[in-house]
Every structure is written in structure tokens, then in C-alpha cells.
Design a binder for this molecule. Structure first.
Ligand code: SAM
Ligand code: SF4
Length: 361
């Protein structure tokens, strides 16, 4: 392996140019980077994988992101919302399966009924086995007061992807209006951090118009924001969205997958103790995608607990992985797949971000 590249892999701080060299790596250099991502993860976090039982409890959304199938302007979607009892039974199932944590995700809604309901649901989930389940929320942009209410009810992690940290690209993939403001997204991330959430963010990789410089800037943004968690995944074009017309501009599925893995490995070098999700989108474009993400430095998987009849309506992008699997099948499959790459699931634990916990003291 060439010394110049090897030196970068061991540098204590990576600058923008170093990151670009890593993200441009091909062949042997790429393989070495991914192995280094794994080595750093094992040294800091061992070979554990944490699970979050994903409950996609509704697909009604007020926003119109140009890439997402749930956008309000897409009238081909069958809109649904799980009942309280359905959400709680998913949470109880997560507990029975030993998942340790659940993640509640939905389209973005800011009406008072929705806000009250989430607060109530979080409190109810906290009653399961004396608060043994950790709770991640991924419910988009909300007021600071709302975030605080949900935090006080018992949610302690929040995932809000910046989608792209470059303002110019942000507005190529979102409408430019009050409902889709880059500034507001940044403010939301700041609010979440100041309230005390383990705050997670992330981007889509392989978007039309996206450059290597912008991807390097995304990694520097995560570092500068000092986030506790990151969820990175390939962009998958959805035919019923406006961004689809630019699909000829995006890299191939193999290239998007490769770049996602290089982003994960490089970020692991930069932030060795954060939690990093192996996104379902990885598995959608590559059957081994989640395992490859784990083997490049990710340490969290979010198995889908959404009841089968609703899963196909949470149609963010086409051919979503595991849409037909049952939770028990999913678990056995995960255990086997992870053991094959030398990893093990840490059951019955919240699996908090080590970076966050250490900072808290
Ligand atoms: N509404 C919440 C939000 O936007 O934060 C949570 C649900 S949203 C469906 C979760 C994530 O899905 C988004 O942050 C986005 O990165 C991802 N997503 C949406 N459309 C996608 C696509 N076409 N390809 C890949 N990821 C996509
Ligand atoms: Fe709604 Fe989230 Fe999809 Fe945007 S990414 S349209 S906020 S569900």
C-alpha cells in the first residue's frame, strides 16, 4: 500500500483535502480504507451492533421534499397512521425480541393533535417494563418547545438528517420556501443538542448535482456539529417525485453504494465513538449492503417492526429491503448475517452513543 495514503489513514485530524483523497479511493486503496474503518470501530466500540426496532407509524407528511415518495404532493400514496395500540404493540414486540430501543419515524406533522399524541405514546412506551426501552424519534422539524416536551416525556435520541450540508444543494433537492428552510434545519439540530438529546444527522449519498467536495464538507459538518449519531445512505430515485427527472445525473447503484461505504469508513476515522446506522437503503441497492456498512464502521441497525399491511405504504423509495419479512425472521436472519462478518448483536441494551455518554461524564 502506498505510504502517502497509509499516512492519511493514521492522521489524527483529517482536513478537506485528505478526506477527498479517501473518498476518491478505488481498488486496493478503497479496500484498505474500509478495513481501517472497521479496525477503528473495533478498537473503540468492539464488535457489537445495536438494534432499534423501527416503527414507521404514519406516512402523512406536510412537506414536499423533492426526493421522497411521502411528499405531500404525491397523490399516489395510500396514507395511513397506526393506532396507539398498534404502535404500543410494536414497542412491546421490540422489548420481547430484546431490541433494547425503538425508533419512531413518520412523515412530518406539526399539528397540536400529533404533538400531544407523540408525547402520550412516548410516556406509554416508557411504562413498558419500567422504562427498559430506549426511544429514538425521527419526526422532522418541530418547535423547540415540542422537542422539549417529547424529551421530558422520555425520548432521548433524535435523528434529523441535514440531507446535504451545502445550502446550494439543499435547495436543489427541496423547494425554497418557509417550510423547507436550510437555516431552520440547522436551528432544529442546535435546539435538539441544547435540550440534551443524543442528536443524529446524516445525508443522502449520490444525489444529482452532488460533488466530492460537498460530500467531504458533509463529513466536516458532522464533526463540527459534534453529533452523537449519523445515518448515511444512498439516494434512491423515486419515480413519483420531481427529482426523478435528474436520474441520469446520478452515479450507478454500485458507485452510490461504494461512496456510502467510503463515507462511513472515513467518518469512523474522524469520529471513532459515535453511533452510525447501517441504513436500510444500503440493503435496497445491494443485498449485502447493511453488512457491508457494518464491516466499514457502522454499528447500528434498525430492523423494521411496522406491521406488514402498512409497510408497502411507507414508500420513501422503490424496492425497499425487508418489506415482506416478519420480525422474528428478520432477527434470525440478522443474527446469522452479522455472525458471518464477526459481529454480534447486543441485546437488551439501549446502545447509547459512547461519544455522547463520555461527554456527559
Ligand atoms: N420525515 C422525517 C424526516 O424527513 O426527517 C422522517 C422520515 S424521512 C422518510 C427519513 C429519511 O428518509 C430522510 O431523512 C431522507 O434522508 C430519507 N429518504 C427520503 N427519500 C429518500 C430517497 N429517495 N432515497 C434515499 N433516502 C430517502
Ligand atoms: Fe416528509 Fe421526511 Fe419525506 Fe421530507 S423526507 S417528504 S419530511 S417524510
Amino acid at each position: 500500500m502506498d505510504k502517502a495514503f497509509e499516512d492519511i489513514l493514521f492522521q489524527p485530524e483529517l482536513g478537506r483535502e485528505d478526506i477527498k483523497v479517501l473518498l476518491a479511493a478505488q481498488g486496493e486503496r478503497k479496500d484498505r480504507l474500509l478495513r481501517r474503518g472497521l479496525e477503528v470501530k473495533l478498537a473503540h466500540l468492539d464488535n457489537y451492533v445495536h438494534l432499534r426496532g423501527l416503527i414507521e407509524f404514519g406516512n402523512v407528511c406536510e412537506k414536499n421534499c423533492l426526493y421522497c415518495g411521502l411528499r405531500t404532493g404525491n397523490d399516489k400514496v395510500d396514507r395511513y397512521c397506526l393506532s396507539d395500540e398498534e404502535v404500543l404493540s410494536c414497542a412491546r414486540l421490540a422489548h420481547e425480541l430484546g431490541y433494547g430501543s425503538v425508533a419512531l419515524q413518520s412523515g412530518e406533522r406539526t399539528d397540536a393533535g400529533f404533538i400531544d399524541r407523540i408525547e402520550r405514546l412516548v410516556r406509554e412506551i416508557k411504562k413498558i417494563d419500567g422504562g427498559s426501552l430506549g426511544i429514538t424519534l425521527s419526526l422532522g422539524e418541530q418547535s423547540e418547545e415540542t422537542y422539549r416536551r417529547w424529551f421530558e416525556a422520555g425520548a432521548h435520541r433524535y435523528l434529523l438528517r441535514i440531507e446535504s450540508s451545502t445550502e446550494e444543494l439543499y435547495y436543489k433537492i427541496h423547494p425554497r420556501n418557509d417550510k423547507h428552510s436550510f437555516r431552520r434545519r440547522l436551528d432544529c439540530l442546535e435546539s435538539l443538542k441544547s435540550i440534551g438529546y443524543q442528536t443524529g444527522t446524516g445525508v443522502m449519498v449520490g444525489l444529482p448535482f452532488q460533488t466530492l467536495d460537498q460530500l467531504a464538507d458533509d463529513l466536516l459538518f458532522f464533526k463540527r456539529m459534534d453529533v452523537a449519531m449519523v445515518g448515511l445512505g444512498p439516494y434512491i430515485p423515486h419515480p413519483d417525485t420531481p427529482l426523478y427527472r435528474h436520474r441520469d445525473l446520478i452515479p450507478s447503484a454500485v458507485e452510490r453504494m461504494d461512496m456510502t461505504l467510503k463515507m462511513i469508513a472515513t467518518l469512523r476515522l474522524m469520529m471513532p465513538e459515535i453511533n452510525m446506522v447501517a441504513a436500510t437503503a444500503n440493503q435496497t441497492i445491494d443485498p449485502q449492503g447493511r453488512e457491508k456498512a457494518i464491516a466499514a464502521g457502522a454499528n447500528v441497525i434498525m430492523p423494521n417492526l411496522t406491521p406488514g399491511e402498512y409497510r408497502e405504504s411507507y414508500f420513501i423509495y422503490p424496492d425497499k429491503a425487508c418489506v415482506k419479512d416478519q420480525p422474528d425472521q428478520c432477527q434470525t436472519c440478522l443474527d446469522i448475517r452479522l455472525a458471518a462478518i464477526g459481529h454480534r448483536i447486543l441485546y437488551n441494551a439501549w446502545g447509547d452513543s459512547v461519544a455522547f455518554t463520555k461527554k456527559r461524564g
